[in-house]
Design a protein around this ligand. Structure first.
Ligand SMILES: [Fe+2]
Ligand SMILES: [Fe+2]
Length: 209
């Protein structure tokens, strides 16, 4: 495998990720209540369509087709967004739940473009570096917009909380998917436990003695 092929793999992954977002961002925009956040998601959707076209330009420069690889990572990120959208809450509380998932999406893209740019630079593909940098800057701005809108949303979420009856989370019935997620999170903890135990300060003190 050549470095150019590594770049093409990265770019195909990004192309799939952007196409997945074109499908999913309208659902987020629809579900978000905060007007500023809604507007910035809508704006970023339009940018995202442009990013798909920009990647097509990159591929035509390389003389390759853009499809060929489904981005599993973005599929996972979008799944987390969907979970936040389906959460049994409204208004600012729902928006607050979407913040983290939205930020993960943007940072996942930032990571992908940063890596692709580094590889394109190593290959001295100046034109490709320029195109990808344009998109990277849009992703960075999108992440910043999510963060800058957060304080207002969180403030509203706190006051909304006062108005709503506090439901006891423990008493809520979990659906099979939630049960599976809970079980998996416990497996995650158990599988990491020996390593965590070994790294814990108490253990380290013991082993130093
Ligand atoms: Fe994007
Ligand atoms: Fe993005």
């Amino acid at each position: 495998m050549s470095l150019k092929e590594v770049l093409i793999d990265e770019l195909r992954d990004l192309y799939s990720a952007e196409n997945q977002l074109v499908k999913s961002l309208p659902k987020s925009a629809k579900a978000i209540s905060n007007p500023a956040m809604k507007a910035s998601v809508k704006e970023h959707l339009e940018q995202t369509k442009g990013q798909v076209l920009r990647l097509r330009e990159v591929f035509s420069h390389l003389g390759k087709k853009p499809t060929g690889q489904h981005c599993n990572g973005m599929e996972g990120c979008i799944k987390e967004v969907t979970e936040a959208l389906e959460e049994d809450s409204e208004g600012a509380l729902k928006d607050a739940g979407i913040l983290g998932a939205a930020l993960r999406v943007e940072h996942y893209e930032i990571a992908g473009y940063t890596a692709a740019i580094a590889i394109a630079k190593a290959l001295k593909e100046k034109e490709i570096v320029a195109l990808l940098t344009e998109t990277l800057n849009e992703e960075k701005t999108a992440a910043k917009n999510v963060l800058s809108g957060a304080p207002a949303i969180l403030k509203d979420a706190l006051s909304q909380e006062d108005e709503e009856d506090d439901e006891d989370e423990e008493e809520e019935k979990k659906d099979p998917e939630e049960q599976e997620s809970e079980k998996k999170s416990e497996d995650d903890e158990q599988e990491a436990a020996p390593e965590i135990e070994a790294a814990s300060p108490a253990k380290k003190r013991k082993s130093r003695k």
